[in-house]
Design a protein around this ligand. Structure first.
Ligand code: ADP
Ligand code: MG
Length: 611
């Protein structure tokens, strides 16, 4: 399909996905605007602005899985930036006499001001986002908190531009309900477009398991940065709209109280979906409105109630507690409302051709690799070569360094010394996503699926992130699932599958990378004999069909001896033997290390004799 065709497809899909949220919102907005009075219209306006802010924040928080306390700062920047652009120069000369020249002279229409503010804030977010996107989890969250405080201080400090902590006023009230409705629709649409894009999917995968996402070729930092900038720009739009609704504001409008309110809406509705963000905004608005009326004593029938100051905040706090206790994923959890409304067929699998013959010297080469973990020598000058089309077994007692070797070769754990080369290219210091993109796939000893994503999405991540397929990741993902006999489970949540199935999904996911080399860390662990027999046939078949170089770590010696062309034996981080299965089985050093005792009888290690 052409790239234009793909774009149209993605846009129309996002439009359909957004419609169950946008259509009711438009109807409600129209109803309130036409039928109800000024007080309700005010509530509606704030509700719609909040919805933009919550959905925008969710683009980053929901997809990246990183709580951000800083987004309201972008809203503040957008508010001030847009206001400075729309206020007439004469007014500015009177109110803000010390404005820098270009700001003093600037005079734009409302929509232009919104767009410029969004772009400016986008650039600011890009600069700030580069270091933040390298952080994960709570370190990143704390950085966003720092950001909020810094933006607040800057707004207060830049007195000539913002009037400091004093009220900034004179902003024309240009925000109308129709403009808001369009802005909300655009925001929801953008959020769905992002969520369903390859970038969004890869980011959600990193939310589930960052290490595994990287090993599938996902450049996590870049994906985070994309979400961060997009969400910051939409926050700036929300800021511009609130500025031109209130007419006057000060930096404290864009600080902790609003941060808390927006995060409460997001958490209560459900962090991980756009539907959750929208629902949360609706519910919290209704709750706080009710609380406010009780507080004011203006709810009919409750006239006699004493005033309860801070009731709104208490209601929000209790709402979060209740949700965390009963439904940690929020009301919507992971699903989107359109997942239930529209059944989308799975794509047809692509026919995967056998890849072109690799160059004669193609190989995954591990040379002299050592790895120390604070004193413990996990690998000691290990060397190993895997060529395309070859199955190499890697065996050794527990703790001998097999997994560490796979980690070192896949860029997950950088070696302390030595080198790793993929088809002649030095990869020793490359991040794991770059190694994956060079065609090195892997699975994990302790299964690391993206548990909350579907089986199909798990595999699709690798197909799209690796960039090694034919540019049709959906069909390639289906093909990989068919190879592993998993097509029937494509729509299931990966975390719900049986153990053996999960192991196969991991292999399918690594296969969807279109690797030249595939490293499997104990793929048969936890499988019953029938399953592991089937696995042997499958691996044989995959090697033959795709010319894969397989590195197989396995405890089941029978399986190793049946399948492998060569076997390398590790003990205490050192290679103690390597050769054909027959040679290795008769090596006295192997027998001693592996069985922990002297050779018995004729000195042969009985295949499958022991674990
Ligand atoms: P195997 O896969 O052969 O069972 P591993 O590669 O998992 O062995 O472990 C080799 C040795 O390195 C073990 O002693 C293990 O405790 C240690 N090790 C592995 N990973 C780490 C780590 N991240 N930090 C500290 N020690 C580690
Ligand atoms: Mg291991």
């Amino acid at each position: 399909m052409s790239s234009i065709g793909k774009l149209t497809q993605a846009w129309s899909r996002a439009a359909w996905s957004a419609s169950p949220l946008v259509v009711p919102m438009v109807l409600i907005a129209a109803g309130v605007a036409l039928l109800l009075g000024g007080a309700e219209q005010r509530i509606l306006t704030i509700f719609l602005i909040n919805m933009i802010a919550v959905v925008a924040t969710g683009i980053y928080v929901g997809n990246a899985g990183i709580m951000s306390f800083g987004h309201v700062g972008f809203m503040g920047l957008g508010a001030y930036a847009s206001a400075l652009l729309t206020i007439a120069p004469e007014t500015k000369a009177a109110v803000l006499p010390n404005l820098p020249g270009f700001l003093a002279a600037a005079h734009f229409g409302f929509i232009e001001a919104i767009v410029i503010a969004a772009i400016v804030v986008g650039i600011v977010a890009l600069v700030i986002g580069v270091p933040i996107s390298r952080l994960s989890g709570s370190a990143a969250s704390i950085a966003t908190l720092g950001l909020l405080v810094i933006v607040h201080s800057v707004l207060i400090g830049a007195k000539d531009i913002t009037r400091g902590s004093q009220t900034f006023f004179g902003v024309e009230r240009l925000t109308t309900v129709p403009i808001l409705v369009v802005a909300v629709a655009v925001t929801i649409f953008a959020a769905r477009l992002f969520r369903d894009s390859a970038t969004g999917l890869e980011l959600r995968a990193s939310r589930e398991d960052e290490l595994a996402a990287r090993a599938m070729g996902v450049d996590v930092g870049r994906r985070r940065l994309a979400a961060w900038v997009l969400s910051a720009m939409l926050m700036a739009v929300a800021g511009a709209l609130i500025a031109h609704f209130l007419g006057a504001f000060s930096p404290k409008k864009f600080f902790f109280v609003d941060t808390f309110a927006i995060l409460a809406m997001l958490i209560i509705g459900g962090l991980a979906s756009v539907s959750g963000a929208v629902t949360g905004t609706v519910i919290v608005t209704l709750l706080t409105e009710a609380a406010r009326r009780i507080e004011e004593g203006s709810l009919p029938g409750l006239i006699g109630l004493p005033q309860a100051f801070g009731l709104t905040q208490i209601v929000l706090g209790l709402g979060i507690l209740l949700i965390m206790y009963r439904r940690p994923g929020g009301i919507f959890g992971l699903a989107e409302i359109d997942d239930w409304l529209f059944k989308r067929p799975l794509p047809e699998p692509a026919t995967i051709d056998r890849p072109a013959a690799p160059p004669a010297d193609a190989a995954l080469v591990v040379e002299d690799v050592s790895k120390n973990f604070s004193g413990l020598v996990a690998l000691d000058r290990v060397g190993l070569v895997v060529r395309p089309g070859e199955i190499v077994g890697l065996i050794g007692p527990n703790g001998s360094g097999k997994t560490t070797l796979i980690n070192a070769a896949s860029g997950v754990v950088p070696p302390s010394s030595g080198s790793v080369r993929v088809d002649g290219r030095e990869t020793t210091r490359l991040p794991s996503h770059a190694v994956a993109r060079l065609g090195v796939g892997r699975t994990f000893q302790n299964i690391r699926l993206f548990k909350d994503l579907t089986v199909f999405d798990n595999v699709r991540v690798a197909a799209s992130a690796s960039g090694r397929g034919g540019g049709q990741p959906d069909a390639e993902a289906m093909a990989a699932l068919e190879d592993l006999g998993l097509a029937g489970l494509a729509g299931r949540r990966a975390g719900m599958l049986a153990y053996g199935e999960q192991r196969r999904v991991e292999i399918a996911r690594a296969l969807a990378l279109r690797p030249r080399y595939l490293m499997l860390d104990e793929p048969a662990a936890g499988m019953n004999p029938a399953e592991s027999d089937a696995l042997v046939d499958l691996l044989h078949d995959l090697r033959n069909r795709y010319g894969l170089g397989l590195l197989l770590v396995e405890h089941d010696l029978k399986l190793v001896m049946r399948l492998c062309d060569r076997v390398v034996v590790l003990n205490k981080g050192q290679v103690i033997a390597s050769g054909t299965p027959d040679e290795v089985q008769q090596d006295p050093a192997v027998i001693e290390a592996y069985l922990g005792r002297r050779p018995v009888r004729d000195g042969a290690l009985r295949a499958g004799g022991s674990r």
